[in-house]
Design a protein around this ligand. Sequence first.
Ligand SMILES: [Cu+2]
Length: 127
Amino acid sequence: MKKAVIFLVFGLLVFSSCTKTEDKPDIVIDIKVSKEGYFPNDITVPYGKVVLFRITALDDGISAGYGSNNVGHCFYIMLPYDVMVENIKKGETKEVKVKMVYPGDFLFTCPYCSGIFPTKGDLHVVR
Ligand SMILES: [Cu+2]
């Protein structure tokens, strides 16, 4: 029983993202997403800061015409950030705070519709 608890705690530590944070943001970035892609789609932020991303969907993405249950858009910053905001529906704004702990160039994308629409962008974390 005790072993199981230890494994559970260890698992949570390993698999929970350490880049999401509840800290006060240093910077706010507003992003719009639609079938036209993200605007802006090239974002530069400083390394080590906490960035509040506010993502607003202007349409419902593939669900608007392709009969999918994946309503709205996502904002997914790929590994090693691995930060996901899902189901941002038309007119909705969702937020996520991320501590920029990895310097370099990263992609963000909408896993729902990036195969059909240009919903991809570049995130540069600069020292
Ligand atoms: Cu999308």
